[in-house]
Design a protein around this ligand. Structure first.
Ligand code: SAH
Ligand code: SF4
Length: 476
């Protein structure tokens, strides 16, 4: 094995994808098998930091690793390969990664064969890659969002050469289909419908680290969903940074409502969710499709970001306070049982008390079921990074007021479903109260007593006690 040279293996590799990666997965598998003969345990851990896109990337990495003969582990001590999918949307996500890899130093000292790899959004930032190269010599593999599918090829090279492998791409037009992926839950899956983003909201790093918007072929998406359903999946989440612009970058492609309809028609698929629709191009047709199909969940995540027309303009969001509210009224009229969630940023540069009051106004009227609230985080390279920041104290004080207002305003919806019997997709056993936990189609959590066999099933549950953001109930 000592004489193994990566270039020799590479010589015979097909040039085309996915054939090339399938070849490298096999090559990695043979290599791992050989190493197992020398006592290598071939255990791998994938650690996800960030959003659902990052989690989906994690599933792809895990799929490739398992196909190549690695066994998954949750323990860093046991792992021979540890991979991180990273997030850089706010500064605290970056700090989280540095904390994690800092802790791995002592493990690496004990196991010099260990490969620590980092991929994802943060690795699309040159400064971060440089920092890691300088300060963390024991990180042996660095790759980005555009070449994540190349894991087997990159890992094999790192393993054979025993040298650090760094490969990141600025952008790509390539979408590689049909590589393995390993779901976290057997009954639930997420499916990418597009990658990247063209919107360039002025606070947001995503377009810089994920590249321009690229939609997948709708036939591939439907095929993947059909295969998932055959494999026992009951709920599918369609993922894109702005699902409403799905297909616009491809000729003769379906629109998002058309794609949603095609997915909803798949026999046996019980629940469909999607994320994220941008309010700026939310169509009537989309509402009609949601209304039309039972299996499209009554839940919309509609990011507000700010309620001030002035700030929205400076954020480059292309909607106003009034247009957001009138869209909401229309949605609620058509879908009265809808679950509504949102994202809100406080302390965007230049945000005045008056602007902030506009955000509170919208929150009061919208009565979101829940809101993901963030303090503005400066991302270098984005336009807003050059603008004057709001005083930190003011930001944290507004943040608290926002939380209070969200809680107050959602109170009116609390207990709305009390006494009703509703379907719950059972997700897991809650470690705190030892009850089963699942979600209603409107995304509200329900806890109830039940046996293991209910995991992954959709069961009718009577909602008996409202706890604000969640319910206690019992199986009917
Ligand atoms: N494509 C999605 C958002 C993806 S980022 C959309 O347009 O809604 C997820 C959320 O992170 C955003 O909705 C926003 O609320 C928040 N976010 C993005 N950049 C941020 C920043 N610089 N500071 C604070 N929050 C940010
Ligand atoms: Fe970021 Fe805006 Fe694109 Fe969402 S739509 S990913 S917030 S640039």
């Amino acid at each position: 094995m000592k004489d193994l040279v990566f270039e020799e293996i590479e010589k015979n590799a097909p040039k085309e994808e996915p054939a090339r990666q399938l070849y490298f997965i096999e090559a990695l598998r043979s290599f791992v098998e050989m190493k197992k003969g020398e006592g290598y345990e071939a255990k791998a851990m994938v650690s996800v930091i960030g959003c659902q896109m990052s989690a989906k990337d994690g599933e792809k990495l895990q799929g490739i690793l398992e196909e190549a003969g690695y066994q998954s582990t949750e323990s860093e001590e046991e792992a021979d390969v540890i991979l991180f999918t990273t997030c850089t949307v706010r500064e605290n996500a970056n700090q989280k990664l540095y904390g994690r890899i800092g802790q791995l130093k002592h493990l690496y000292k004990k196991n010099k064969d260990m490969v620590i790899g980092i991929t994802g959004c943060m690795m699309q930032e040159k400064d971060e890659v440089e920092t890691i190269q300088k300060k963390y010599p024991y990180v042996h593999l660095i790759f980005g969002t555009h070449n994540i599918y190349k894991l087997a090829e990159l890992l094999l090279e790192a393993l054979i050469s025993k040298e650090r492998k760094v490969e990141t791409w600025e952008d790509t037009n390539l979408i590689v289909e049909n590589l393995p992926s390993k779901r976290k839950y057997p009954f639930r899956a997420s499916v990418n419908i597009s990658f990247g983003c063209n919107n360039f909201c002025t606070y947001c790093i995503v377009p810089y680290v994920r590249g321009r918007e690229k939609s997948r072929d709708s036939r591939e998406i439907v095929k993947e969903c059909e295969a998932l359903v055959r494999d026992g999946v009951k709920e599918i989440m369609l993922l894109g940074q702005n699902v409403n612009s799905y297909g616009l970058d491809r000729e003769e492609e379906l629109s998002f409502p058309e794609l949603l309809r095609a997915v909803a028609k798949i026999p046996g698929l019980r629940r469909i969710r999607f994320m994220t629709p941008n309010p700026k191009d939310f169509s009537e047709e989309l509402l009609s499709v949601i209304q039309e199909y039972e299996n499209i969940c009554n839940h919309i995540h509609l990011p507000l970001q700010s309620g001030s027309t002035n700030i929205l303009k400076r954020m480059n969001r292309h909607y106003t306070k009034e247009s957001y509210l009138s869209l909401l009224r229309k949605i609620k009229e058509r879908l009265p049982e809808l679950g509504l969630t949102t994202d809100i940023i406080v302390g965007f540069p230049g945000e005045t008390e008056e602007d902030f009051q506009d955000t509170l106004d919208v929150v009061r009227e919208a009565q979101f079921d829940s809101a993901f609230t963030f303090q503005y985080s400066k991302r270098s390279g984005t336009p807003a990074a050059k603008w004057d920041a709001v005083d930190e104290k003011i930001v944290s004080e507004r943040f608290q007021r926002l939380l209070d207002t969200v809680r107050e305003s959602s109170k009116e919806r609390e207990g709305k479903y009390l006494g009703k019997v509703m379907e719950v997709l059972v997700e897991e056993r809650n470690t705190e109260n030892n009850m089963l936990t699942g979600r209603l189609e409107n995304n509200i959590l329900v806890h109830f007593e039940g046996g293991e066999r209910l995991l992954g099933e959709i069961v009718p549950v009577k909602l008996e006690k409202s706890m604000g953001f969640y319910y206690y109930g019992s199986v009917v």
